[in-house]
Ligand binder design. Structure first.
Ligand SMILES: [Zn+2]
Length: 268
């Protein structure tokens, strides 16, 4: 048997196999490379760290959906109004202080009227020095005390100073009433709704005509009396409105004890 053709055949076979193996290898590497690029594009694969380069951090992924906006917080005043009122103790010390001033309060039943009301309202008619509140006001004790002190320490002496008269009656308009501020039903509740406000319509004296609250010139004794009792009321109440304040207070003095953050007062 001739060995040369056999060797030649074996060599040819080996070369053919080697060539085929190389083609398969290149194809496999090509498929692997393309596959890896696609994987990177889809975010499934991680590129190898580049040598000598600082990796750049990827931006945070975007949320799939934009979150719905948060509901608006209710206005502060409405939140305060909606909060249940804590039970108030009977204002025994306040009643006692008023008794020392000569003011006898008549307790009234608790007022419960939706968001309006008062746990310990009183009927206030007799004031210091024989002065009357007419008609009687229905107020809580703190308001009764502030009002009685204002009449005793301001109204009576100012009547003597400017008019030479003794105050006899404080004419009352609204005291307790369940309503919004300035009688606007959609407005924040007035302090009248909590028996914490009194509207003064005018004054009477031991002689002479009544003195209704209205726009008055301070060039007159009546005007100076009204201006004095109004401005000095700011030391007793946290809200004082009247002629010169706004269009809804041209004919009375609105006095209340609204509690505001930081002890802020309205004195106009
Ligand atoms: Zn009022």
């Amino acid at each position: 048997m001739d060995e040369r053709p056999l060797i030649s055949h074996a060599w040819s076979t080996f070369r053919a196999l080697a060539a085929a193996t190389t083609r398969v290898g290149v194809t496999a590497v090509t498929f692997f490379f393309i596959g890896n690029l696609e994987a990177q594009a889809e975010g499934r694969g991680q590129p190898p760290p580049a040598i000598g380069r600082v990796p750049v951090p990827l931006p945070p992924s975007r949320p799939r959906e934009t979150p719905a906006p948060l509901p608006e917080a209710p206005p502060l005043a409405k939140a305060e109004e909606a909060a249940p009122k804590a039970a108030e103790a009977y204002p025994a010390l306040c009643v006692e202080r008023l008794a020392k001033l000569g003011v006898k309060l008549e307790p009234r039943p608790a007022i419960t009227d939706g968001l309006c009301g008062a746990q310990h309202p009183f009927r206030l008619s007799n004031l210091p020095d024989g002065i009357e509140a007419s008609p009687a006001a229905e107020v809580g004790c703190p308001m009764a005390e502030a009002f009685a002190r204002w009449v005793d320490e301001v109204v009576e002496p100012e009547a003597k100073t400017h008019l030479g008269l003794a105050a006899k009656t404080i004419q009352i308009g609204t005291s307790y009433q369940c309503r919004g501020q300035n009688r606007v039903s959609t407005a924040k509740l007035s302090e009248h709704a909590f028996a914490n406000a009194v509207d003064v319509m005018g004054f009477t004296f031991d002689k002479g005509p009544p003195l209704p609250v209205k726009e008055r010139s301070i060039d007159t004794p009546e005007g100076r009396f009204q201006a004095a009792v109004k401005s000095r009321a700011c030391a007793y109440f946290t809200t004082v409105l009247g002629p010169g304040s706004d269009a809804t207070h041209t004919d009375h003095l609105h006095l209340d004890l609204r509690a505001r953050k930081g002890g802020y007062r309205v004195c106009q």
